[in-house]
Design a protein around this ligand. Structure first.
Ligand code: SF4
Length: 203
């Protein structure tokens, strides 16, 4: 069991400094507050997929203010997640629409390859549009606040560090396995049920 090997991961739960500096993280971990994506799914958004990136970002700016307002109300107990309806088109959908626009002329990282990943072109990282998983496991080697960490190693990386400790993964020497979003969500749920404090996507 993880707490036999990592006493510090247990002790950090009672460390005031850690609890104060990571207050929301600890609250989500213990199901006292909802994760941000749960709130984002309930903030209504007005946009069409064919909007220009500029217009999508303008709507995003507007909704980001709204998001933090709602998050504050939930965190202070003025509202609960149950007061908010799931939206047909939400702040989270808007983020997905923006991500898709970015992939059309990929500038997701500072390499700005400009390839159209939606059409199957690959840039420096050689990542397409699907998530390719190397391994999924309960990691006990992370910082105490994170352990056990629900770690999902994904193939590819935007940099090539000479000292990379995951080079077989980051540089595609392994094959990996493509996961659908649903399968990945199920894997995250399983990690959570096994006591993981977070979903830790490494890639
Ligand atoms: S390295 Fe990958 S993520 Fe970065 S811009 Fe190129 S294709 Fe996009």
């Amino acid at each position: 069991m993880w707490y036999v090997f990592r006493r510090d991961a247990l002790e950090v739960l009672y460390n005031k400094r850690a609890r104060d500096s990571l207050a929301r993280y600890f609250a989500v971990m213990s199901d006292e507050k909802p994760a941000n994506f749960m709130i984002a799914k309930r903030i209504p958004a007005e946009f069409r997929e064919d909007y220009s990136p500029k217009d999508l970002w303008a709507e995003h700016d507007r909704l980001t203010e709204e998001f933090y307002k709602v998050q504050k109300e939930i965190d202070s107990g003025k509202r609960s997640l149950g007061d908010l309806r799931m939206q047909e088109k939400s702040y989270l959908d808007l983020k997905i629409a923006i991500a898709n626009k970015i992939l059309e002329y990929c500038h997701l990282c500072s390499r700005r390859c400009g390839v159209n990943r939606l059409k199957g072109d690959l840039g420096y990282c050689r990542c397409g549009t699907q998530i390719t998983v190397s391994s999924i496991f309960e990691h006990i080697g992370e910082e105490p606040e994170l352990v056990p960490s629900g770690t999902i190693f994904t193939m590819g990386c935007t940099i090539r560090c000479l000292h990379c400790q995951n080079w077989t993964i980051s540089q595609w020497f392994e094959i990996g396995e493509i996961y659908t979003p649903k399968r990945l969500a199920q894997a995250v749920e399983r990690l959570r049920k096994n006591g993981c404090r977070n979903a830790n996507l490494v890639g």
